[in-house]
Design a protein around this ligand. Structure first.
Ligand code: BES
Ligand code: ZN
Length: 589
């Protein structure tokens, strides 16, 4: 037995699933998907084959000729779920498993009509990264295992299914239902399997892009992300040709737990990006950049996650530099560095989770998810670029993508390739320390600008009585506000909170980054006039980036602990299962 990924029961010595044919029937009345999956194997076949599952009921397995196959579902491991072992006949390369999901499947959120913008139809979506695909279909749920697939999904006829795949024909089915068909010709790891079912409308934004969302949000979404085609062109300049044909995206209901998810051909985005001024479109640029770093060149395991996120943040900021200039990039990098410092502080100095290459064996990836792979990863990539020079580095990046496209690689494989292409660079920047030691090395690039420094000085000088000029601050950009708010002390006297609120009406902010930064200060300061907005915000958004820090601050202080418990009790049922789990861990202490 050889398991290459500590977060999966996948064992390639038993065979490799290279293609799946899925038939999924969605039942909103019982919050269950009934499924039939046909698997096509490459490599060895016959004997034991282990698949990952979590909370799935297995109804049976058989060869394509109908010969039953014995199955054994092991007792669940708290992190990995239940290993499903199939006893395949000799040389069996195709087989079928029938199964159904649990109403509490960790990858799925079933929304009641009231939780949608339209309020009339139910909604369902999946979020499989990191290891939740196994709660939807039995699979080799490791990013090392890539497969192509064809899928059919049957839903009530008033609803539309979109999937991270190429759409085919749809057809009427029995009992007022409709079947949607899809094909995924490019191989993907299981964490990129994704679909959304709801009352959806769409609008074309460019030759390769279309936005899907509920009709109520369509115009706002189309306006906010109108520049998607320009982004696509910028990204191709950095990375080379876009190989996924289409770059469509869905603006999800508010309970979507992330800012964005790079599902191939169909990125998912939180509606909190609809600030009305295009100030948060960097998230779309980020998910787009994953089309190369992440989706073409994929991290081998969750311990190599920085390869996905570090490179993608770097590319996101290169796209930003092209559209908005160098200063915008510096400000974005500075905001990122603040986040990195906070994350490192909360893990504790010397914590192994501040290494780029992690050892997550036995741990739930959702529990150690942090900004470290993003921002420390970004700084390493930026350091490589800075050291070797942009032109040479860009050449390297294109070659890296081309060389490893449609494969999943370890950190060591990246290091090896870098050494072969740019010999000596790793030693020059001390890459070993960057990857294998905790903390932030001293040679991390520093991004600065005069504007940045003056905004930070305003925040840092607060306790000495420094105040921003009210008229001036009225003209600040969203990023300016973030820099300023992040530089302020974490707690302020009530009269200072009142001054900020009175002059800038921060609780009425439409930009969720500004709002959440402000509410963190207000909560930490015990500023009661903001409690109502804290309550409503925690009920409106499902994005963990906003929920978790705010619950953490409320939980830290005796005075607001009961507020945290009360708000969580009110909204727990409407949070996504992944978000609910994360907040439960915070509230339990
Ligand atoms: N792939 C991630 C989201 C993710 C990571 C989901 C790990 C589940 C497990 C996505 O690309 C991402 O990084 N989203 C960020 C966007 C930001 C960095 C611009 C987010 O959701 O905040
Ligand atoms: Zn990402």
């Amino acid at each position: 037995m050889s398991r290459p990924d500590a977060h999966s029961y996948t064992d390639f010595s038993q065979g490799r699933v290279q293609h799946m044919v899925l038939d999924l029937d969605v039942d909103f009345s019982s919050s269950v998907i009934r499924g039939k999956a046909l698997y096509r194997l490459a490599g060895p076949a016959g004997g034991a084959l282990d698949l990952d599952t979590r909370d799935l009921t297995i109804h049976g397995a058989a060869t394509t000729e109908g010969q039953p196959i014995d199955t054994e579902l092991a007792a669940p491991d708290p992190v990995l779920g239940s290993r499903l072992r199939l006893d395949l006949p000799a040389d069996c390369r195709e087989f079928v498993v029938e199964f159904e999901t649990s109403p509490t499947a960790s990858a799925l959120q079933w929304l009641a009509p009231a939780q949608t913008a339209g309020g009339k139809h139910p909604y369902l979506f999946s979020q499989c990264q990191a290891i939740h695909a196994r709660s939807v279909i039995p699979c080799q749920d490791s990013p090392l295992a890539r497969f192509t697939f064809a899928a059919k999904m049957t839903v009530p006829e008033a609803l539309t299914v979109v999937m991270a795949a190429a759409p085919g024909e749809s057809a009427a089915a029995e009992n007022g239902r409709k079947t949607f068909a899809f094909e995924m010709p490019q191989s993907i790891p299981s964490y990129l399997f994704a679909f959304t079912v709801g009352h959806l409308a769409s609008k074309d934004l460019g030759p390769r892009s279309r936005v899907y969302t509920e009709p109520e949000m369509l115009e706002a979404s189309a306006w906010e992300f109108a520049d998607v085609d320009q982004m696509l062109l910028s990204a191709e300049e950095i990375f080379g040709p876009y190989l996924w044909d289409r770059f469509d995206f869905v603006v999800m209901p508010p309970s979507f737990p992330y800012g964005g998810m790079e599902n191939p051909r169909l990125t998912f985005l939180t509606p909190t990006l609809l600030a009305g001024d295009r100030s948060l479109v960097n998230v779309l640029a980020h998910e787009l950049a994953h089309s190369w770093t992440g989706n073409l060149v994929t991290n081998a395991t969750i311990d190599d996650f920085w390869l996905n996120e570090g490179f993608t943040v770097w590319a996101e900021r290169r796209i930003l530099e092209k559209s908005d200039g160098v200063e915008a990039k510096s400000i974005s990098a500075a905001i990122g560095r603040n986040g990195l410092m906070d994350a490192m502080k909360s893990f504790g100095e010397g914590s192994p989770f501040t290494k780029l290459k992690t050892d997550g064996k036995g741990k739930d990836p959702d529990e150690f998810y942090s900004l470290v792979p993003y921002e420390k990863g970004f700084l390493l990539v930026a350091l490589l670029e800075e050291t070797v020079g942009r032109e040479k580095f860009d050449g390297f990046v294109k070659k890296y993508i081309e060389h490893f496209a449609f494969t999943s690689i370890t950190t060591a494989e990246f290091e090896e390739f870098l050494e072969a292409e740019l010999p000596g660079l790793a030693a020059q920047v001390g890459m070993d320390q960057w990857i294998h030691q905790p903390g932030l090395p001293d040679n991390a690039p520093v991004f600065s600008s005069a504007r940045l420094e003056s905004l930070e000085a305003l925040g840092k000088g607060w306790s000495d009585g420094v105040r921003p000029d009210v008229a001036e601050a009225g003209k600040w950009s969203a990023e300016d506000w973030q820099i300023f708010l992040q530089a302020l002390p974490r707690t302020l006297p009530a009269e200072d909170c009142a001054w900020l609120e009175e002059n800038f009406k921060l609780t009425e902010q439409g930009n969720c980054e500004i709002l959440s930064n402000w509410l963190l200060i207000a909560a930490g300061s015990g500023f009661e006039p903001a409690y109502e907005r804290i309550r409503s915000f925690l009920g409106e958004v499902g994005r963990m980036k906003y929920l978790k820090p705010l619950y953490m601050v409320l939980q830290e202080n005796e005075a607001t602990r009961s507020l945290a418990a009360e708000v969580f009790a009110a909204h727990a049922d409407s949070y996504h299962p992944i978000a609910r789990g994360g907040i439960e861990r915070i509230i339990a202490g």
